[in-house]
Design a protein around this ligand. Structure first.
Ligand code: AMP
Ligand code: MN
Ligand code: MN
Ligand code: MN
Length: 279
């Protein structure tokens, strides 16, 4: 059987991606993807359109979501796969997580105004596809538009990360809540891009232990949010902690990602893929 190309982490304009769910499906298919999940931030409303488009393109579809949580004072992302997107506790929990994004957006704009960047709320709003889901990414796109930075990565570095003038702390759901919502909806909980957080080794180990104890099953190993030297590192950690391994581009927009859709390598051979018993 030919090797299947699996991508379990992508965003549409239902969160901070730029393409509609159906267009993300088409882009994934063109890049050779056979099994695909849409994992919008804190939101599942794109799933019906994504599922229909995946079927039309002959791709296997996996329901997904990427939940923002706060753990040890840091924002961490937990991906849920194979969830029942209609599960009431999940739907209610995500709605609760989304509330507060608009206020945070107004606060970010106020902070930016203090350093001379005006109209950022309205500016970011132009890029928002879902009024419930104003994201720092939308501010980043606006700051690129007005020439404050050359690209969105630079905007995060200069303005939107912790300690920078446009950073506004936000308290998200807890690790336990996210894992409970995902598992309660029949899904599998996955730590997204673990290499991106600024934890010490000790803290990262504590996160993995706690996640495992709560019923978390997998970590992302190959993701557009990791550097290539992190693939073998997190493959080894997945095996050490007894986690399954996931793979996804973390696609947001054509030309905006660190790794091109088609260029992301497969999982290393020594891990157990999170999809090992799906088909
Ligand atoms: P938010 O959920 O509004 O705090 O925004 C988080 C989103 O910002 C992430 O999902 C990424 O899409 C984006 N992001 C975070 N850090 C960076 C970075 N360094 N470069 C580019 N995008 C980033
Ligand atoms: Mn994002
Ligand atoms: Mn993420
Ligand atoms: Mn993501």
């Amino acid at each position: 059987m030919p090797v299947m190309k699996v991508d379990l982490h992508c965003h549409s304009n239902v969160s901070d991606g730029v393409l509609a769910p159906a267009a993300v499906a088409e882009t994934a298919r063109k890049a050779g993807v056979d099994v695909w999940a849409l994992t919008d931030h804190d939101e599942v409303s794109g799933i019906p359109a994504a599922r229909a488009a995946a079927a039309a393109h002959g791709m296997r579809f996996v329901t997904g979501v990427e939940i923002s949580i706060t753990w040890a004072n840091e924002t961490v992302h937990i991906v849920g796969l194979q969830i029942d997107e209609k599960n009431q506790a999940l739907v209610d929990g995500l709605a609760c997580t989304r509330s507060g994004r608009d206020n945070r957006g107004r606060e970010i704009a106020k902070q930016l105004e203090l350093i001379g960047i005006e109209g950022a709320y309205e500016g970011a709003l132009k890029y928002v596809g879902n009024p419930d889901l104003m994201s720092r990414t939308h501010f980043a796109r606006y700051l690129v538009e007005i020439g404050a930075c050359a690209n969105t990565g630079e905007v995060f570095k200069k303005y939107l990360s912790e300690g920078k003038p446009g950073y506004v702390p936000h308290c998200w759901a807890s690790l336990k809540q996210s894992v409970d919502w995902i598992r309660g909806a029949g899904g599998i909980a996955v730590i997204a891009h673990p290499g991106r957080y600024r934890f010490t080794q000790l803290a990262q180990g504590q996160l993995f232990d706690e996640f495992k104890q709560l019923g978390g099953a997998a970590i992302e190993v190959v993701t557009g949010s990791h550097t290539p030297d992190q693939y073998p590192e997190y493959a080894q950690l997945a095996n050490y902690y007894g986690f399954l391994a996931s793979r996804g581009t973390d696609f947001h927009a054509p030309g905006e990602s660190r790794v091109d859709f088609a260029a992301l390598p497969p999982l290393p051979a020594n891990v157990t893929p999170v999809w090992h018993d799906w088909f």
